[in-house]
Design a protein around this ligand. Structure first.
Ligand code: FAD
Length: 288
């Protein structure tokens, strides 16, 4: 199933993101997670890809293939390009085609300061062009977008303007960076539509259920913190069980508001925690 077709057929499209284990020896854990996610019958599950060309990148394809063929759920395989040569990318594309993967998320990847860069691809749109060239009609392409602007863009307008390159290169659906303030998302989507971005934009939601995520994830994503979210963290940060429940509750409220306001899709960053994902799904399933 081509993911862009799903967005033509239903609203909202509900999906999950998982990431491959760092060590192949931990592979069974990810399949336990996938099993836990299947009962929600998500429309698709995306599998991330390392930007640094690590060997675990082969796992992205293997896991995506198993999600499709064993669990009967549509996978979205991520692919980054900033630290890859054209040959690396072509090998991975061949692997996707052999595994009958029909949807790929074309990403630049973060620039890792100490890593020697390959210069074959500068931006996600260069990768989208390569994907189009190698497998037009066999693979649909999705891309990333940033409701609060990408950290390298001078402004949100400039960032949205740059989205046109990837859409011109064949990206048919956008998935957002995580955010906690729905108003930022609504304002971004409004702006993108006014600037001529017509493709579906699905909202990335990450339930924050652990204190370690507060420091790492929130700072890395650069997402702004609305008052009610800050109050939740303040109140529960030293009470792990209460934070777990409150973080899920926040994500459910966020997703319900987005769905009721007509958002194209909800994409849950599961952090490989099937329990959290199932509880968020259970909190919104009456609206799906
Ligand atoms: P680009 O689209 O290339 O954008 C990067 C910057 O360049 C932006 O500031 C943009 O405005 C600008 N720009 C874009 N195109 C042009 C152009 N043609 N000319 C000039 N400027 C341009 N990282 C991983 O390593 N693995 C993953 O699996 C992964 N999954 C992700 C999933 C989602 C939903 C999101 C939102 C991000 C994900 N990332 C992942 C992180 C992503 O790789 C980084 O955010 C990276 O810094 C930018 O990637 P991009 O594809 O958005 O890049």
């Amino acid at each position: 199933m081509k993911i862009p077709e799903l967005f033509e057929q239903k609203k909202p499209v509900f999906s999950f993101e998982i990431f491959p284990p760092k060590r192949e020896s931990n592979i069974d854990n990810i399949y336990r997670t996938v099993e836990g996610l299947t009962e929600c019958r998500p429309d698709f599950i995306s599998v991330t890809y390392g930007a640094g060309g690590t060997s675990s990148n082969y796992l992205t394809c293997d896991i995506a293939a198993r999600i499709k063929h064993e669990y009967g759920i549509e996978p979205l395989a991520h692919l980054t390009c900033v630290n890859s040569s054209k040959l690396d990318v072509r090998i991975m594309i061949e692997r996707f085609i052999d595994a009958n993967i029909e949807n790929v998320m074309a990403l630049r990847g973060d620039i890792i300061p100490d890593m020697e860069r390959q210069n074959d691809f500068e931006h996600a749109n260069d990768l989208a062009i390569e994907l189009q060239r190698k497998c037009q009609e066999r693979i649909e392409i999705l891309g990333a977008c940033y409701p609060e602007g990408h950290y390298q863009s001078k402004s949100i307008d400039e960032d949205i303007q740059n989205l046109k390159y990837k859409i011109g290169a064949g990206v048919k659906v956008l998935i957002t960076q995580l955010f906690f303030d729905n108003d930022k998302f609504y304002s971004y989507v409004g702006k993108a539509r006014n600037m001529g971005i017509k493709v579906p934009i699905t909202a990335g939601i990450m339930p924050i259920v652990k204190k370690s995520q507060i420091e790492k994830t929130i700072k890395l994503s650069g997402s702004s913190i609305p008052d009610d979210f800050a109050a939740m963290i303040e109140k529960y940060q030293d009470n792990p069980e209460a934070l777990y429940d409150a973080g899920i509750d926040y994500a459910v409220r966020q997703a319900r508001d987005l769905i009721m306001n007509g958002t194209d899709g909800i994409h849950i960053y599961t952090m490989n925690n099937a329990d959290v994902a199932r509880r968020v799904h259970s909190g919104v399933k009456d609206l799906l």
